[in-house]
Design a protein around this ligand. Structure first.
Ligand code: ADP
Length: 255
């Protein structure tokens, strides 16, 4: 009997900042092997939701789980071990380090804190280091940056940095990958490449949660879409269902 990989679920998540509910009872399910789009107007709670899943924020109410296993809230340290990886709206890098090193860091940290420390913590054992490097080169190849592995990271263009961030996240061989506006600042052709890359990642079994403003990308590549508005789920369904959802069209797409 083959085991069915467990989904990542959020139930009734509530989080307020200074009394204002940034997310207000959010339910969400990210299925392994699928791309789940999270859309909504600015300030609707998309990034906050990613931050709750990443453990940066501890919600006031609600629960998270991977299959039957509760996902601890407010504990970012354990996420790499659970193979939950993410990227950020603003790419993070150590400019003077190589692209390869910047990607290798992804095997040791979630990318938010202690970047320089993470660089120092890279494996010093020959064997381990070689394995890390091999994995990083594969990840760079996957995102189309193999030729820039030895370049200094601060020489990369904006779009290349976005792809580098994804390569770094792939170092964890993530079960779940959270992408925060990966298409921001990319050209139409780059967005097409990004879409193909995300589809490829999901085909390998990763559950992708994609926060994105580009409606076309969302509707092209997502299996499921959740629409947030004022911290609440306005609608959830397939792209075909969301496209024609009346309230979504007036609250968001019609804008
Ligand atoms: P989105 O990603 O959909 O644009 P956010 O999740 O960034 O929305 O923000 C949702 C709401 O929470 C907004 O009103 C925002 O101002 C507020 N918010 C987010 N993070 C913080 C924070 N660290 N402190 C105070 N308010 C915050």
């Amino acid at each position: 009997r083959r085991e069915v990989p467990a989904p990542l679920t959020l139930r009734g998540i509530v989080l307020a900042f200074g009394g204002v509910r940034a997310i207000d009872g959010v339910d969400l399910e990210v299925t392994p092997g699928q791309v789940h789009g999270l859309i909504g107007p600015n300030g609707s709670g998309k990034t906050t939701t990613l931050n709750v899943i990443s453990g940066y924020y501890r919600p006031e109410a609600g629960s998270m789980a991977i299959g039957p296993a509760p996902l601890p809230a407010g504990k970012p340290q354990g996420r790499a071990g659970l193979r939950i990886a993410r990227t950020f709206q603003t790419p993070r890098l150590i400019g003077e380090a190589s692209v390869l090193e910047n990607v290798m860091i992804g095997g040791t940290t979630d990318g938010r804190t202690g970047f320089a420390e993470a660089l120092l913590a890279l494996p010093r054992q020959r064997q381990e280091e070689r394995e890390f490097e091999a994995r990083a080169r594969l990840a760079l190849e996957a995102v189309g940056l193999a030729g820039l592995a030895e370049a200094r990271a601060d020489r990369l263009q904006h779009s290349e940095l976005r792809f580098m961030e994804i390569a770094r996240a792939l170092m964890l061989r993530p079960a779940f990958l959270l992408l925060d506006e990966p298409a921001a600042g990319l050209s139409t052709e780059e967005i097409r490449r990004l879409g193909a890359l995300i589809r490829g990642i999901s085909r390998h079994g990763t559950g992708v949660l994609l926060v994105e403003h580009h409606a076309d990308l969302i509707f092209d590549i997502c299996d499921q879409v959740t629409v947030l508005n004022l911290g609440k789920v306005l609608a959830a369904g397939t792209p075909a269902e969301i496209r024609v959802h009346k309230e979504v069209v007036s609250a968001y797409l019609g804008a």
